[in-house]
Write a protein that binds this ligand. Structure first.
Ligand code: FAD
Ligand code: PYC
Length: 416
């Protein structure tokens, strides 16, 4: 893989990027691949990378209907944590967190993973009990969390309002110090460049419009650029998973909802951690550019809009104002939405399907960015061996028939 130096940056700036080497190729689709990955978000690109790097399958195409990272990967608030309730979730999210630690080196691309801690606030007795339960479950899995009193919360986040007189007073908090944030588009670009250098074809502006399935076996995908053959297709198309499922005759247990976020004007650094507040539906961090990055809950109705409606924004801003009164002088710069696909137990699907050679990785809902490296890693294994990776086994489609759900509605609740 080509190394870049500060001199190449200066040279490229001075010649107006005329000779800037492309980070990945844009090949025409071949007529056939060993594996096709549908969806060029972080999860799809990571899947392709690990297929090539760890499973020795390099004849792979990633088919993306728009541009890389243009889905939820480039629209999320980048919170990375591994403090879920169930052991199965701790398995996959902690695996992802381990991979985040070395991801910049692995990809030779700075994904700006910043372990600034993620603090979950409790605002009522129910929150306190839920945090305590999750806290103990994590400690039993050797996943270190710390419980903070309101005074310790105030010492950790000095601008927070811990007055008991507000609608939702701060009663405590649970802190995971090795959690944090990363740069979302760098994750997509880093995986794309690394996968491309291993021979993966990345094909943008190409929509999958159908599947060719014969006698229950995958034969390939119909696309806006023609038919492409492959015996194995992995769908990683957050927001549109149920649409793709329907193309194969599958009814997935997924609902799609818009989820919104916004940023403020850039400010000097003053908020050096991440604070999430499930009950009042607001989460806040400060980006390296200085913007306050804030998110809300989902729109209550199903939809495919990448804008979202005003009530969640109003709700989030009133909560933010109560918790952080100094924000009242800050201006909002822009807002946007993404389409999240949610399973009834708020856990993902990483699964084979009744169609031989068709696999789905979806249903990460409002919380899949943090899983990106782990999700790609175990999905590549699942596709390559046609057998679920041990960390993915609990997330099979069959759980909705057997009743072995992995209920994470509380741990995911800030945005659900
Ligand atoms: P995407 O990045 O959405 O990629 C899927 C791709 O599939 C898209 O690029 C799409 O164009 C493509 N596609 C769809 N249909 C087709 C087709 N027919 N043919 C070809 N391509 C197709 N998670 C966290 O962990 N922490 C957070 O702080 C967080 N905040 C969020 C805030 C917001 C506002 C939103 C919207 C989401 C947030 N999430 C968060 C969730 C997270 O963004 C997603 O779970 C994750 O990014 C999903 O990644 P992905 O690669 O699966 O999907
Ligand atoms: O899953 O941590 C999360 C999250 C935060 C904001 C949206 N999702």
């Amino acid at each position: 893989m080509k190394k870049y130096s500060v001199f190449s940056l200066v040279r490229n700036a001075l010649d107006y990027h005329r000779n800037w080497q492309q980070a990945w190729r844009s090949p025409a689709p071949k007529s056939a691949y060993d594996v096709i990955v549908v969806g060029g978000g972080g999860h799809g690109l990571a899947t392709a990378y690990y297929l090539a790097k760890e499973c020795g399958i390099t004849n792979v195409a990633v088919i993306e209907k728009g541009w890389l990272g243009g889905g939820n990967t480039g629209r999320n608030t980048t919170i990375i944590r591994a403090n879920y309730l169930q052991d199965e979730s701790t398995g996959i999210y902690a695996h992802a967190l381990d991979l985040w630690d070395t991801l910049s080196t692995e990809l030779n691309y700075n994904v700006m993973f910043s372990k600034r801690g993620v603090l979950h606030l409790a605002h009522n007795q129910h929150d306190l009990k839920e945090l305590a339960r999750r806290h103990n479950a994590n400690r039993m899995m050797a996943n270190e969390l710390e419980f903070l009193t309101p005074e310790q919360v105030k010492a950790f986040v000095p601008i927070i309002n811990i007055s008991p007189d507000v609608r939702y007073p701060v009663l405590g908090g649970s802190l995971q110090r090795r959690a944090g944030v990363a740069r979302h588009d760098a994750v997509a670009w880093g995986y794309a460049r690394a996968a491309d250098s291993l021979g993966v074809d990345i094909i943008q502006n190409c929509e999958v419009t159908g599947f060719r399935i014969e006698q229950g076996q995958m034969k390939g995908v119909e696309t806006t650029r023609g038919f492409i053959a492959s015996p194995k297709v992995g769908c990683v198309a957050a927001g549109h998973s149920s649409v793709l499922g329907a193309m194969a005759g599958l009814r997935l247990p997924i609902e799609s909802h818009p989820l919104q976020a916004l940023v403020s004007e850039p400010l000097k650094p003053f908020f050096d951690t991440v604070v999430m507040s499930n009950t009042v539906h607001v989460y806040v961090s400060q980006s390296d550019k200085g913007e306050l990055v804030m998110g809300a809950g989902i729109d209550a109705y199903n939809g495919y809009s990448q804008r979202g409606s005003l009530p969640p924004i109003e709700h989030l801003l009133s909560a933010a104002m109560e918790l952080y009164p100094v924000f009242s002088r800050v201006r909002v710069l822009r807002k946007w939405g993404g389409i999240v696909d949610i399973c009834p137990d708020a856990s993902p699907l990483i699964t084979k399907t009744p169609v031989q050679g068709l696999y789905f990785n979806c249903g990460w809902g409002t919380g899949g960015f943090k899983a990106t490296p782990g999700s790609g890693h175990v999905f590549a294994h699942t596709i390559a061996r046609d057998d679920p990776h041990p960390l993915a086994a609990a997330f099979r489609l069959e759980r909705f028939a057997t009743g072995n759900l992995v209920d994470e509605n509380l741990a995911a609740a800030v945005a659900h």
